[in-house]
Each structure stands twice: as C-alpha cells, then as structure tokens.
Design a protein around this ligand. Structure first.
Ligand code: NAD
Length: 420
C-alpha cells in the first residue's frame, strides 16, 4: 500500500485497467471455479457477474476533488486512501465481489486483506491471484490483495482487530455485519435483504412476469437484490402467475408446497432458516429433492401462499418465490414494507401508475428501488449506472465505489491563488 501511494494517479489508472482486463479474460474460468467450489448459482450468470464488475465498477475517476476559492483564499478537499482495508466476502458472489472490491479499494489507493467465505475460499483466492499478477505485469506492487490461506472466524477476528487495518468492508448476512459494526473500526457494511416486488393492476403483465422470472432466477437467486417475494393485486394475480409459467416458472400447489418447505427450510428456535444445501441450487434440483413431480426444465418455483408463509418471511437465496394476493395497492405496499424487515436493501415495483411508483419508492426507503425491470438492473446490469456487489445498507454508503473507501482531507491556503 505504501508503494501504491507513491505512484502517480496515471499509473494507478493503468493498474486498474490491467485488473479489468484480467477480470474479463478470466470471467468464465472464475465463474466455473466458484460454481465448482460452492455448488451455488449458474455458470453463465456468474460469467455475466464477473464481466459486469470488471467493466462497470468505477475506477480512479470516482475520486472527485472539491475546491472552493473566495476572498480569504482557497480550500481543497481530496479523497485519500484509508491504508489497508480488511474485507470479508460472501460465498454467493465469491469471485465477482473480489473483483469489484479490489477495483474500488485499489482505485482509492488502498491495499486489501480478505477473509473470504471458507466455502468459497479457493475461487476467491484465485481471483486475487489473477488480479495481483495483472497488477505486477502492469508495473505495480505485488500483493495489493492478500488473504488468509485458510479463512476461519478466528482469522476474521485477527483482521477485525489488527492495528494496521484501518477500515473494514463486510459483505454478508446479519451475523457478520453485527460483529463488524462492533469492531470499533470504520466499517462499510453490506448486509442482507429480502427484496419484495409489488405488481399493481396497471402493470404490463407480460413484461412484469418476464422481468420477475428473469430477476428471481438469475444465478439461482443468490444475489442480495434478487426478487424474494411478490405482492400482487387480486385482479391481475392469476394472469401474472399464468404468464410467469410461460416464462419458465413452475407453479406448485397444496401438499407440494409443504414438501418443499420441509426440504429446503429447517426449524430453529421456533423460526425457519434455510438449509444451506439448497442455497443457489437449480429449481429442478429443489423440486426433485422435495419429491415434487414436474415436467420440463423450470428455472423458478412459484407458490401462491399467504403473507406470513416462510417463502415470504425468509431470505431464501434459492429460486423459490412466494406469491401473495392482496386486495389493492395500499395493502401491497404495507405488506411489502413489512416483508422487507427494515433491511432498507432493495425493492421492485411493476406499475404504470406514477403516483403508485412514487409512493412505493418513498415508503420502502430502500437503497435500491427498481421500477418496471428485473432486480439486477438496479446493479447496472441491463440498467443505467455503475455497478457494485457491496451495497452498504446499514452504514449508508449505498452502492459502494472507490470514494466509499477514502478519507476526506482538507487543505487551505490563505490569500493567494485566485485568478479573478
Ligand atoms: P454469510 O453471512 O454466511 O457469510 C459472509 C461472510 O461473513 C463470510 O466470509 C463468512 O465467513 C463471514 N462470517 C459469517 N459469520 C461471521 C461471524 N460471526 N464473524 C465473522 N465472520 C463471519 O453470507 P453468505 O451466505 O456467504 O452470503 C449471503 C448473505 O450475504 C445474504 O444474506 C445476502 O443478502 C448478503 N449479501 C449482501 C450483499 C450486499 O451488498 N448488501 C451482497 C452479497 C450478499
């Protein structure tokens, strides 16, 4: 990190370009590694995630200098590196989070020590290795990214308490976010979500059905922004579910719903939690393991359930989507707000009523709010804007980028330097 801070910004830009190229060139290789190691998701979608973060994570241009001049002289604020950052990464996007975090953090002049998820350590470490090689080849220092070889909760504690680590970035579930926020260090925390979708009677049903199936089945629903439950107004509910079936969803009924609950969820302390064996697995695998008869090759399971069903309450992280009927838009909004559990993460709406869209955006108060598109368009995939895979919800940085990993420093000069 000390060596990086001595280099010019132009050089830093060249290192970032080399990292992007390594991410693009190895997108498929890393996608396969991640899939082999974790068993989660779909290789083709993981390729897209690796490409997205390599291309659209902002680089050094994200660091904007602020300058003010006046009668008393000049004030300058620049975005400086924190130093060495400790980053804890999830099993659900293991290589794409490493590419994304590394581009953001190194663009800001930092180095990173990772504690990758133990279930995805090899794929995450390979991504670091390839990025490090690209940096060295481009004339940068070796080892800007490093990691515990055998990451455990103990190594994460070492990182969280180490004196030389000035800042933490944590992407994962509630437990790790809670621990990191108590560490006493500056922390960028990207926590869990349970993104609801609202579909009102003014929605373009054909488009809404396709978007929901595409978003909820992408990488088998492991993305934190992915559609996790749907609240649909009664008058369009049947037509929405019928159209979703035509787009690749498989609808289950009655006892089959209960079979899936018993298979993919576990009861713990009176609450349902997910059985990790089914996270990010194919819809067909889930149906088969649950003993449900089906035909074709569905990418998503949908179930017409009540609003308190575990498919609604639990962050499923697998292609199983609870569909809830409501009487009207107001009820949909109340239920969507409740189902999001205050995570303030992501929510979607399908509607052509501008008033409903605005009311939902305001009330949901989420970091990402998507209108009339699949959830992933909120990450810049098929939508406008830059991308990240670390969406800082509780700490408020939102969609992180290089500037999220900087310290603002101010310098003033009295008197001179004005030209007017
Ligand atoms: P996870 O919480 O199981 O693991 C995340 C990381 O935290 C891993 O490296 C793990 O080893 C570590 N960890 C877990 N408990 C810990 C503890 N008590 N102390 C120290 N480290 C601990 O998450 P996962 O299943 O790999 O990923 C899915 C979760 O992450 C979902 O809840 C998802 O919503 C969330 N997520 C959020 C974002 C975001 O940007 N907000 C992005 C991706 C994933």
């Amino acid at each position: 990190q000390a060596q990086l801070s001595e280099m010019t910004l132009e050089k830093r830009g060249e290192l970032i370009a080399a990292m992007r190229k390594a991410g693009i060139d190895n997108a498929e290789y890393l996608a396969r590694l991640a899939h082999e190691e974790t068993g989660y998701g779909r290789v083709a979608d993981k390729v897209q995630k690796n490409l997205l973060v390599s291309r659209r994570t902002p680089g050094i241009e994200d660091l904007v200098t602020r300058c003010e001049t006046g009668d008393k002289g000049m004030m300058l604020i620049e975005q400086a590196p924190f130093g060495v950052i400790g980053s804890i990464t999830p099993s659900t996007n293991p290589t794409s989070t490493v590419i994304n975090n590394s581009i953001s953090m190194i663009s800001a002049g930092n180095a990173v020590v990772y504690n990758p998820h133990p279930a995805a350590k090899r794929a995450s470490q390979k991504a670091m290795e390839l990025l490090n090689e690209a940096i060295v080849k481009a004339g940068g220092p070796n080892g800007l990214m490093t990691a515990a070889k055998e990451p455990t909760l103990d190594t994460s504690k070492v990182i969280m308490t180490h004196k030389a680590i000035k800042m933490l970035a944590v992407t994962g579930g509630e437990a790790v976010v809670g621990v990191a926020m108590k560490s006493g260090k500056k922390c960028v925390a990207a926590g869990p979500g349970n993104p609801p979708v609202i579909v009102d009677e003014t929605a373009d049903i054909a488009q809404a059905a396709k978007d929901i199936v595409d978003g909820a089945s992408f990488d088998n629903n492991v993305l934190c922004v992915a559609e996790k439950e749907v609240f649909m107004v009664n008058s369009i509910a049947d037509s929405l579910m019928n159209t979703m079936e035509k787009c690749g969803a498989y609808r289950v009924y009655g006892e089959d719903i209960d079979k899936i609950v018993r298979t993919v969820l576990i009861q713990k302390d009176g609450k349902y939690v997910i059985n990790r064996k089914f996270v990010g697995h194919d819809a067909t695998y889930i149906l088969r393991e649950s003993g449900v008869q089906f035909s074709g090759d569905p990418v998503l399971v949908i179930a017409d359930v009540d609003r308190y069903h575990p498919f609604v309450e639990v962050e499923m992280l697998m292609p199983v989507l609870g569909m809830v009927r409501v009487n009207n838009f107001d009820e949909a909004l109340d239920e969507a707000f409740r189902a999001e559990h205050g995570c303030q993460h992501s929510a979607m709406i399908h509607s052509s009523n501008v008033h409903n869209m605005s009311r939902a955006a305001r009330r949901m108060n989420t970091t990402i709010f998507v209108k009339n598109a699949p959830s992933y368009s909120g990450l810049g995939f098929g939508g406008e804007g830059y991308t990240t895979l670390t969406i800082a919800t509780p700490t408020g940085e939102g969609l992180t980028s290089a500037k999220s990993f900087t310290r603002a420093r101010r310098c003033v000069l009295k008197g001179d330097f004005r030209i007017i």
